[in-house]
Write a protein that binds this ligand. Structure first.
Ligand SMILES: Cc1ncc(COP(=O)(O)O)c(C=O)c1O
Ligand SMILES: N[C@@H](CCCC[NH3+])C(=O)O
Length: 390
């Protein structure tokens, strides 16, 4: 929801831009922190969801760690003040340079995604005279019941070490003096809305933890990844149900007194806190279709083009008229990019829309700004926050 003051402010600005509601972000972080603390769970924020510094600074202040997927994410997390003891580095293709830099920075742990990577980290750590802390990212073959393109925990996915490679992992760990095994890691997918999926994950986590302990490895960290979804159809229902989410793990994981449970939430923390604000360039009324052509496109928000993802679209210049039940027209809302998939929504019901109206594309805080591209030599997308509005 935007106030009259927000909209008056937006109307003076160049578009498109991402608008961050920092109060909502703070409330979401506080809700997550409270729910996780009730069980003494640890949260590492999955930076890939959004690494805008205004977002990262708030997250660091709450005390969450950072889950990174590239050397640059590790670097940025440390620059912005995340404690190195709270930085974890996952990723199916870590380069030697990235591993070396992370070793130099003494990060908390590498989430290792293949048997070969274990040997490489051992070799590189040995050259530096360091001991690398290791969690094995296991692919548990648990279906996340989400979009196929964002499913990561099935046998056919590239992520993690498959169950049949556990003995090989144990063999490498046993001959690698520069690796310190600390635990196991999982991440089965993103935008998970069926919480029962996590019960299946817990069963597998318990099995693998037992397997490692039976083979002489003390499992001190159980990292269950992230994936908690948000309600894209209801952007005003803004804070995910963190209590129910964490309770599942509290109820179904076998946690020993010496074990810590770690989470890597991304989307659930930041998804509802931003909207992409755009202006209508043109309206084309066809015989079969009406098009609204925006000044934002798939270069600013790629999710609809990539996953046919739904984002609620609102004409915020017209919100008052809609409230008074004015006539609704259906539009295909598209961008200016030379791709037919550059479409934010088809047959979107909106009040009659005109050139220069402001359009908000909601729930764009996660995997929005960070996935922007320069295709068609587009400009960098700008950022505005609630603090700028005052
Ligand atoms: C290893 C890992 N952890 C955490 C996340 C965060 O996922 P989400 O934003 O769905 O919480 C991802 C992204 O899917 C990931 O690949
Ligand atoms: N980019 C995806 C999520 C991928 C999560 C990273 N493994 C999305 O927008 O939904």
């Amino acid at each position: 929801m935007f106030s009259d003051k927000d909209i008056a402010h937006f109307s003076k600005l160049e578009t498109p831009f991402y608008y961050y509601d920092l109060n909502l972000l703070q409330s979401t972080l506080n809700a997550c922190n409270k729910a996780a603390s009730a069980y003494k769970f640890h949260v590492h924020y999955a930076m890939k969801a959004n690494f805008n510094p205004i977002v990262l600074k708030k997250i660091e202040k709450v005390g969450f760690g950072a889950d990174c997927v590239s050397g640059n994410e590790v670097k940025k997390a440390l620059e912005l003040g995340f404690a190195k003891e709270k930085v974890v580095f996952a990723g199916v293709g870590k380069s030697d340079k990235e591993i070396n830099d992370a070793l130099d920075n003494d990060i908390f742990c590498f989430n290792v995604e293949s048997v070969q990577e274990l040997s490489v980290i051992n070799e590189l750590a040995e050259k530096k005279g360091k001991i690398a802390k290791i969690a094995i990212r296991i692919n548990p073959n648990v279906d996340a019941h989400t979009h196929a393109n964002i499913t990561t925990g099935l046998d056919e996915n590239k992520f993690g070490v498959n169950s049949w490679d556990m003995p090989a992992c144990a063999d490498v760990l046993n001959i690698s003096p520069n690796l310190q095994f600390i635990g196991i890691h999982f991440h089965i997918g993103s935008q998970i809305t069926n919480l029962d999926v996590y019960k299946n994950l817990c069963v597998r986590v318990n099995e693998f933890a037992t397997w490692f302990e039976d083979h002489g490895f003390k499992v001190t960290v159980l990292n269950v990844g992230g994936g908690l979804g948000i309600d894209y159809h209801n952007p005003n229902q803004q804070i995910p149900d963190f209590e129910s989410y964490f309770k599942i793990f509290a109820d179904f994981l076998d946690v020993k007194s010496y074990q810590e449970v770690h989470f890597e939430l991304g989307r659930a923390l930041v998804g509802q806190s931003a909207s992409l604000i755009s202006r209508v360039l043109y309206v084309k009324n066809g015989k079969k279709k009406n098009f609204i052509i925006l000044d934002a496109g798939m270069t600013e928000l790629m999710r609809p083009a990539l996953y046919q993802a739904y984002h609620q679209i609102e004409n915020i210049s017209k919100s008052k008229i809609v409230n008074q039940k004015s006539e609704i027209t259906k539009y295909d809302v598209v961008g200016p990019i030379c791709e037919s998939t550059d479409c934010f929504g088809k047959e979107v019901p909106l009040a009659e829309t005109f050139r220069n109206d402001l359009i908000a594309i909601r729930s764009a805080g996660a995997y929005g700004e960070v996935m922007a591209s320069h295709y068609n030599l587009r400009e960098n997308v700008q950022t505005v926050s609630s603090e700028d509005v005052g």
